[in-house]
Each structure stands twice: as C-alpha cells, then as structure tokens.
Design a protein around this ligand. Structure first.
Ligand SMILES: [Zn+2]
Length: 285
C-alpha cells in the first residue's frame, strides 16, 4: 500500500513530465473519463498542476478538469519517452496522457474520476490540501484539533484516518508513535496537548524527510550509525519498529511487539518499554 510520501514522489515525477506542456493524446479504459474527454477534449490543453492528497493523485488541466486517481494497492503511474518499452503489459493500462516528449501511463489504477474545482471541494473522500501533511498548505493547528476531537479512540487508529491527517499510512503510523514514545493503543484523550502538538509536528517532519530529492523509494525513519540505510535489501533495516516483531528495540533492547489493531485490522508494531502505557490507562497495551 503506497503511503503519502510515495504518492508525493509520484506526483513530483509526473509533474516534471507533464506540467506546462500541451497534451497531444488522451486515452482511458474508463467510460466516465472518455466521456469527459469527448465533451471537453484534453488534447491541446496543458497540465497546470500535479499534486498528491493522501492516496489520491490529482492532475489539473488548463480547461478546468481535474483527474483524480486513487492508487490503492496495485495502481502505478509510469513515465516513458515515446518509443520506450513499457514495463507493464498494455492490457493493464487504464489512463494514458501524452505530450510531445512523454507518455504518462496509469497502470491498474483502480479508481479514477474527473472533477472540477467545485466538485473536488465537495468530495468528502479526497482530503483537502490543508489536511495533507506533505502539502505546502498544511494547517497543523487544524489537524491538532481534529486529532484531539477523537478522544475515545486509539492513537494509532486515529493517525490512519486520512480525514484527520492525510498522508500517514500504516508504516508511518507505528514509526510516528515510536518516535514520540507514545503507546499506539493509548486513547487520544490520554494525550497532553503538548504531546499531540509534538505528534503532528513529527508526522510532518518524518513524511517530509521521505520526499527529499535523494530519499529513494523506501521509507526511512531510522538512520542508525550510517547516514543512510535506504539501499538495504531489508526494508525494516531503515525503520524503528515496523516489521521488526521480536527484534531488539533500537533504543532500549526490549523485544518489539506486533499486534492487529482497529476495525480495519491493521498491523501495529511498538516497543513495550519505550512506549509504555501511562499509569491509570485502562487499555491493555
Ligand atoms: Zn524500546
């Protein structure tokens, strides 16, 4: 499952290939997209903007149309020069946008729809830029209030809710809790305001650190003795707790634990010593 930083990097790459260049061809296997294109041809328009909103990728055209695609588990956007061999079979193509230099191909994109600025603003499932931790328009104060309002829920579950803080996926969820020394099963109401402020700030910091130009494709939160561990073949080598069940905590040596959490049954990793429950908490963790 791509996390916010992955989609952000995809948006950046697509933006470099598409922004400011006139579209020379548009094709899709989705009838709603081709119908939109029949009514308002995208050929001749330019791409004005490409942005990530949580797991959604938005491509804005100069005619006012905004193509929103959700990558879920299997969707991928690739960029090719004309004549370059595609890495996935043509049968998996769902959307194709071409300009004079490049082909942007959406493979196995499971959800795609066309919006106007107005319909996008009304669309509840696509988070607003202000709630996306990677957006320059991110509003940390508003995110704090949304988090604190979810008093009775477990911290890790709330972190995953894209309406509260867009961009945090399941890996970052566990990592953010660890970095803050907070038990992921703790109820939000057990947090102090200062803890919640630090939590939001670290979410933003960790996500942003993973979209730096040289940050590669895997998530890095733990840098250890080396400056980078990005290119390790083991993805968990660059993380504090995620994927490290039973391995020693990098801070205290205690065995990292793993548990399925929440109504969506997502896996959570934590250190029982560094992230102990505060006294008086009634949740088993
Ligand atoms: Zn520990």
């Amino acid at each position: 499952m791509p996390e916010g930083d992955t989609i952000f990097r995809t948006a950046r790459t697509l933006g470099r290939a598409l922004i400011g260049k006139p579209v020379t061809a548009f094709r899709s296997t989705y009838p709603l997209l081709t119908r939109f294109n029949d009514d308002t041809p995208l050929v001749g328009q330019t791409v004005d903007r490409v942005e990530a909103r949580s797991k959604w990728l938005l491509i804005s055209f100069s005619g006012g149309g905004i193509l929103a695609s959700h990558l879920l588990m299997s969707g991928r956007w690739h960029i090719y020069r004309h004549g370059e061999r595609w890495q996935l079979a043509r049968i998996h193509m769902r959307i194709l946008i071409e300009n004079g230099e490049y082909q942007a191909v959406g493979f196995r994109v499971p959800v795609a729809e066309m919006h106007t600025a107005r319909s996008l603003a009304r669309c509840a499932k696509i988070p607003r830029a202000e709630s996306d931790a990677l957006s320059t328009e991110f509003d940390a104060g508003a995110a704090l209030e949304r988090l604190l309002a979810r008093r009775g829920e477990a911290l890790a579950d709330v972190l995953l809710d894209q309406r509260v803080l867009a961009g945090v996926g399941n890996v970052f969820k566990s990592e953010i809790c660890f970095v803050n020394g907070l038990n992921p099963f703790r109820r939000v109401e057990m947090l102090t305001r200062e803890e919640a402020v630090a939590l939001i700030a670290s979410a933003q910091r960790l996500l942003r650190a993973n979209v730096l130009e040289d940050s590669g494709d895997s998530i890095v939160t733990y840098r250890g003795q080396q400056r980078r561990t990005t290119h390790s073949s083991d993805p968990s080598a660059s993380l504090w707790v995620y994927g490290r069940n039973g391995e020693p905590c990098r801070r205290c040596g205690e065995a990292i634990r793993r548990r399925i959490q929440g109504v969506d049954a997502r896996v959570t990793f934590w250190c029982p010593r560094c992230q102990s429950m505060p006294d008086g908490a009634d949740v088993d963790g």
